[in-house]
Design a protein around this ligand. Structure first.
Ligand SMILES: [Fe+2]
Length: 585
């Protein structure tokens, strides 16, 4: 039985294909269209899913959609009516997409895909909560937190075997996700894109709630109760009737104008980011303690966009009574295409659970022959390693010698993080490496850290991880303190507060990546690499050999390793725009 899950029209459109209860393919549309956070109908991601199994749309038994559009429309109407006439302009501007696309999803899916069978609609937070069904747990408490679904912004539940029950929720307009996005906008970063930058900025500010002046100021906009439920004072916000998020009153409260993008980040901005992070962590921990008490579960599954807050995630097990935590590689809206497909299979159709997502490499892969054909066709000079062992030794040496490597292997990662299939790898021990990568490739804000990857069996030597090491670390969703004695030994991945957003890798997941890290460790005595996403600022992570080659040519990446092929940048240097004329593979 095949089930196709679809998520689109809000942010991060994606598609996922389930075969007999197992996810066999999943990808975000942005990777194919090369438009970051692409929201459009995921035609290309669907095409990939079908092609990966060599099937046609007629062989799909069910299609699932990640929300209930009518219910969401009801909320949109209600929120605009309630704020009328202030909402008039936003209402008018939002209607065309509702009339042309969102309210006609069934017709649109059937027409675009020429599909004749059932399309099922699952409530948005249930599609998030369904991450439980691909977790390692038979029973777990569930917390979903995002900006907003239909009405829900936070839901609490419990999952057992094939069933999920959501028993409590917080509704729009109160939303931690939208509070985080509002402050993100106030700090001059883009909404639904740069919330993680605010999280990265927070430790530069005052993370002591007793002395951070903005902690108490921000508390005026949100009322947090002992069970973690919360209520926003909407006079500080405008997102319920306008496209602009912070109100004038909020700007006055925070003592200044909205920061202009790319302008200086001041101490005040850093303290506001810190206060927001403190409040977010406080709410999450309070809600989790409440759910733990009433469910008495040892396991927790987290989902929704706020579950990308890896700093908060890293504090959960040490501040609650939960013993184990699970977060799928894409807890945001992109991940709901997997959620709907597995929910239909297990919960609606009542089939037994047979799958646990422990390997994120669900995207397109390219064989040795396909890559060779691409290189030959485009007259790109390359060498090929005969053996994998030889390649690993050579690449480890290059990284040790401070070369920046574009690493392209196997199937593309599922979710927003590069996890060793489409990664840029380099030496974490070089104190200048952060600057080198920023200068050569990423052009990021200076305050943003680079992330470390470590083999799971070495992680506890270098990081103060929870024990046993939780699975979300495999997907770079947890931040942990780096042991103090290593701060100076791996300066390029040690954040200002001594933490690292680590990826752990288990050998079975990606043996070649695992072996490369170990080999680098033999040379450097630190078995850790910088792992950052293979893209330039503002673009999605690369998907195809063409994308990878183009990215290398447009940046200062020194070597591209694709399967066993090695391509040196200088030898092939051509102007980046010339590469546009190369045939796409
Ligand atoms: Fe969501």
């Amino acid at each position: 039985m095949y089930i196709l899950g679809i998520s689109c029209f809000y942010h991060d459109a994606s598609a996922a294909l389930l075969k007999d209860g197992k996810i066999v393919a999943a990808a975000q549309e942005e990777r194919f269209t090369r438009k970051k956070h692409d929201t459009s109908f995921p035609e290309k991601a669907i095409e990939y899913c079908l092609k990966s199994q060599n099937i046609t749309i007629n062989e799909i038994d069910y299609i699932g959609f990640y929300e209930k559009p009518l219910l969401k429309f009801e909320r949109i109407l209600y929120q605009h009516l309630e704020s009328f006439p202030k909402s008039y302009k936003t209402f008018l501007s939002s209607m065309p997409s509702w009339i042309n696309e969102k309210l006609r999803v069934i017709k649109l899916i059937k027409k675009k895909l020429k599909y004749k069978k059932d399309v099922l609609f699952i409530e948005h937070h249930m599609a998030h909560a369904a991450s439980f069904l691909i977790s390692p747990f038979k029973k777990a408490a569930i917390l979903t937190i995002d900006g907003v679904g239909e009405w829900t912004t936070t839901s609490l539940g419990i999952g057992e075997n094939e069933n999920i029950k959501l028993f409590k929720e917080i509704q729009f307009p109160s939303s931690i996700g939208l509070l985080y996005s509002t402050i993100t906008a106030y700090l001059g970063f883009s909404v639904n894109n740069s919330e993680y930058k605010v999280m990265g900025l927070a430790p530069y500010g005052n993370m002591d709630k007793n002395t951070n002046p903005y902690y108490h100021v921000l508390k005026k906009v949100i009322d947090i109760r002992d069970d973690g439920s919360y209520h926003l004072n909407m006079s500080y916000f405008t997102y319920h009737y306008k496209n602009r998020m912070p109100s004038k009153k909020l700007c006055q409260l925070l003592g200044g104008f909205i920061r202009k993008p790319e302008s200086e980040v001041t101490e005040r901005h850093k303290d506001i980011a810190a206060a927001l992070q403190l409040i977010t962590e406080e709410i999450i921990i309070k809600i989790l303690n409440y759910i733990q008490k009433i469910t008495n579960c040892q396991n927790i599954v987290l989902s929704g966009g706020v579950a990308l807050n890896s700093v908060a995630n890293g504090k959960i097990l040490r501040n609650t009574s939960f013993k184990n935590i699970w977060i799928q590689p894409d807890p945001g809206d992109g991940g709901t295409s997997i959620g709907v497909s597995i929910y239909i299979y297990n919960t609606i159709l009542g089939n037994k659970r047979v799958y646990q997502l422990d390997n994120p490499y669900l995207g397109p892969k390219f064989s040795n022959e396909e890559i060779r054909e691409f290189l030959d066709k485009n007259e790109i000079k390359y060498n090929e390693f005969k053996r994998e062992k030889e390649m690993i030794k050579e690449v480890a040496k290059m990284i040790f010698n401070n070369q920046v490597i574009g690493w392209f292997q196997d199937g593309m990662e599922w979710g927003p993080r590069a996890l060793g299939a489409r990664s840029i790898l380099s030496n974490p021990c070089n104190p200048e490496m952060k600057e080198i990568i920023n200068l050569k490739v990423k052009h990021r804000e200076k305050f943003r850290p680079f992330a470390p990857v470590v083999c799971e069996d070495d992680a506890l030597n270098y990081f103060d991880c929870d024990k046993p090491i939780p699975l979300p670390t495999d997907f770079m969703l947890m931040v942990y303190p780096i042991k103090k004695k290593y701060h100076k030994k791996m300066p390029a991945v040690t954040h200002i507060d001594g933490s690292g957003r680590l990826q752990t890798i288990r050998k079975f997941q990606n043996p070649i990546y695992y072996n490369l890290i170990k080999e680098f460790g033999k040379l450097s005595k630190i078995p850790i690499l910088i792992n950052t996403s293979f893209n330039i600022r503002g673009e999605p992570i690369v998907c195809t050999p063409y994308d990878a080659y183009k990215c290398m040519m447009g940046t200062g990446i020194d070597y591209l390793i694709m399967d066993k092929f090695i391509i040196k940048r200088e030898e092939n240097f051509r102007d980046i725009w010339d590469s546009e004329k190369y045939a796409k593979d």
